[in-house]
Write a protein that binds this ligand. Sequence first.
Ligand code: 4AD
Ligand code: MG
Length: 429
Amino acid sequence: MRRTVTEVLDAPEGEEVELLGWIWNKREHGKLVFVDLRDGTGVVQVAAKAGTTDQQSLELLRELGRESVVKVRGLVVRDPRAPFGVEVRCLRAEKVSESMGDFPVRKGMGAKALYDVRHLHIRSPRLTALMRIRSNLVWAVHEYFRSRGFVEIHCPTFITAAVEGGATLFEVNYFGRKVYLTQSVQFYQEAAIYALEKVYSVQPSFRAEKSRTPRHLTEFWHVEAEMAFADLETLLRTIEELVRYTVIRTAELSERELRVLGRRIPVKEVEGPFYRIRYSEALEILRKRGKELPWGSDLGADEERVISNEFDRPVFVTHYPREAKAFYHKLDPEDPRVTLSADLLAPRGNGEIVGSGVRIDDLEELMQRIRENGLNPDDYAWYLDLRRYGSVPHAGFGMGVERVLKWILDLPSVRVASLFPRTPSRTYP
Ligand code: 4AD
Ligand code: MG
């Protein structure tokens, strides 16, 4: 009966097993052939040598190139010299399929060349481990929301009006009409809370940002949530709980994958309470660090790096000025120059991982802010309706999946966290 690599790694010494998988790497030492056999669960070393392995199988393993597929029968041996301490001594090997020529993924290739063959590179044990960790992270997000009474909803990708400003909208020709790819499902979630009160979504968002930075993708996965009757305090507590739960749970679920990557998830960074500072205090920190920023400007990547480097745990920056935030943010009744908004910055210079805020629930106020921003209220007719019928105070947030992975796995870029990253210069493969 077929066993997976993971099952084999846990199998007792001497057990006879059958494996099915791809030849990831091969080394020959005199009469010995070592094959790193890869399947959907991991990699295990298979050792073949005359005497143990039958002659025909030994020759087959010598001939087959990388990514050829084999069925291997062998004995489990605990050997501290083998990766993960387990080796399979091959008795017989059978060919399932043979690779044509040299596999285009080789040691020493540059980043661009590797992204050109990403469809093949994702088979590497490191990227496989990464994708498993990503899957565990999204699983943890679902666990969190489901256990707190949130209902998952699915929202459209084609939209007709900007959520996060017109500058980053992708236009789509929709049967001759101009529509856009969504930047956020926030407005649809705001509609849904009048039916369900607490909702969340996990789906892609699109940003036509030409910025080629380690934190920007043109298509990213967005975890978003919206809550009826929530104020700023409830909002911040929910975000903090979600981030803490997700990071700790992902670490728990991903032990084996983290060993493959040689990484540790910095669980300590989320155990204590997150810091909270106001935008005005952020400006003060920047000034002390020689980075003067005029009041009203949004914090860019550089500023966020400086601020998050000051803290050993995530820090909320709250009360951004109205001119730095989208029109839907509620103004602080105690100081209408600022909004009831908050961004969560991850430590070690990582910067923004969550954007959030309390929404305007008053019809007149919302109309006025739309006009103030040079937008046309007609474009937001259905959104305005939500303030006509049973309007309630409410708040919500959005968290970027790739940004969180970059932070907790200390990746050089969000691109690494994406199976097939989309950037201004890349839509292939
Ligand atoms: O701060 P943003 O733009 O907020 C919104 O879209 C709100 N409408 C969300 C809401 O309240 N429902 O984006 C939220 C998060 C950011 O903090 C960041 O983690 C991620 O989405 N994000 C990106 N990730 C990768 N590439 C990009 N270009 C991103 N833009 C935003
Ligand atoms: Mg933001």
